[in-house]
Write a protein that binds this ligand. Structure first.
Ligand SMILES: Cc1cc2nc3c(=O)[nH]c(=O)nc-3n(C[C@H](O)[C@H](O)[C@H](O)COP(=O)(O)OP(=O)(O)OC[C@H]3O[C@@H](n4cnc5c(N)ncnc54)[C@H](O)[C@@H]3O)c2cc1C
Length: 298
């Protein structure tokens, strides 16, 4: 680990030892990572990935940690955060987006360029890499609709490659990358359509207003806990089972939106796991529907 840190520092990559993961996660949960890496450019990102491959250390690649629950015991390895790698360019109706670019920045650039199709990203607190991995979506749109291609580094072969269109295997909150955790997203090309800036702006404001009205944005969380089961809404099923406000330790089923678990102070990953199991058991027993987790326990 010392050797890796030295090597990365020499290459100009910012690193931090014993990094508190709770500080970086939107859920405010998690112990310490032995080492955290913050590459700023594509070159630094590739350098880090190649160094991790060679070191054979355990590692995680994380964007804004807005869909994950880090372990209370932390992570005995290296966590690479992509959030400092923010290259974002616009050519015609295409955007070239680096893995760590926040989704709100993508939506804003599209709006300034009068390009429609990315409005749904406004208000999702993730990065481009996390959004591709999860096929993030909202208000009827998702990454599958706009992601023309994505480029990745293969930790097994050490090579960079590109997936086009359907090769990315986007489906309900999943993608090729979930089945191939050795493939790390470096960036993507998004294809949008010419639109009317005022209309784009209006849609973005409307989506944000709907979020503020219906989601518990005042508390730390990782967004919707469960994937949408076919033919149902997870939040409605949970609410109908009378689970709103149910607590395990500091974790609570939001009273504002039953599809969210919020951290009411001092919640641990163990609290969240127990509450998730309680919800799944009760919903299955009372409705026959099996809820699948969208959030990822690491
Ligand atoms: C308040 C709130 C509202 C939300 N609303 C929505 C919503 O409307 N729609 C929605 O879909 N989601 C929503 N989310 C969840 C979350 O924001 C999205 O899933 C987002 O796309 C995750 O991006 P991230 O960068 O935070 O990923 P992270 O949480 O950092 O990572 C998620 C997974 O992706 C992997 N990953 C991250 N970057 C890479 C990379 N470069 N290469 C390979 N793997 C990578 C990680 O290893 C991890 O397994 C919400 C979350 C919150 C807190």
């Amino acid at each position: 680990m010392e050797h890796l840190q030295k090597e990365l520092a020499q290459a100009g990559v910012r690193t931090e030892k014993n990094f508190p993961l709770c500080r970086h996660s939107t859920f405010r949960i998690g112990g310490c990572a032995r080492l955290a890496l913050f590459p700023k450019t594509r070159e630094e990102l590739l350098y880090c990935l190649a160094a991790l491959k060679q070191s054979e250390l355990r590692f995680l690649v994380i964007g804004n940690a807005s869909n994950v629950v880090f372990s209370d015991d932390g992570f005995d390895g290296a966590v690479l955060f992509t959030t400092a790698f923010r290259s974002l360019e616009h050519r015609g109706n295409r955007l070239q987006v680096g893995a760590g670019v926040p989704l709100h920045a993508v939506a804003s650039l599209a709006e300034r360029a009068s390009l429609g199709g990315a409005e749904f990203l406004h208000g999702i607190p993730g990065t481009l890499g996390g959004a591709i991995f999860m096929n993030a979506g909202a208000f009827g749109g998702c990454m599958a609709d706009i992601c023309e291609s994505s480029e990745y580094f293969d930790m097994c072969t050490g090579k960079v490659a590109t997936l086009y269109g359907r090769e990315q295997e986007f489906a309900n909150r999943t993608s090729f990358y979930q089945k191939h955790p050795n493939c790390i997203v470096l960036g993507a090309t998004l294809v949008l359509r010419e639109g009317n800036r005022e209309e784009i702006c209006r849609l973005m404001r409307d989506y944000m207003e709907r979020r503020r009205r219906t989601q518990p944005l005042e508390y730390p969380s990782a967004g919707s806990v469960f994937k949408r089961p076919e033919g149902y809404f997870a939040g409605k099923l949970i609410e109908d089972c009378g689970l709103k406000g149910t607590r395990v330790g500091g974790a609570e089923v939001s009273v504002k939106h039953a599809g969210f678990i919020v951290n009411r102070g001092g919640a641990t990953a163990k609290d969240v796991r127990c509450l998730v199991a309680l919800i799944q058991e009760r919903v299955l027993k009372e409705t026959g529907v099996s809820l699948e987790c969208e959030i990822r326990f690491l």
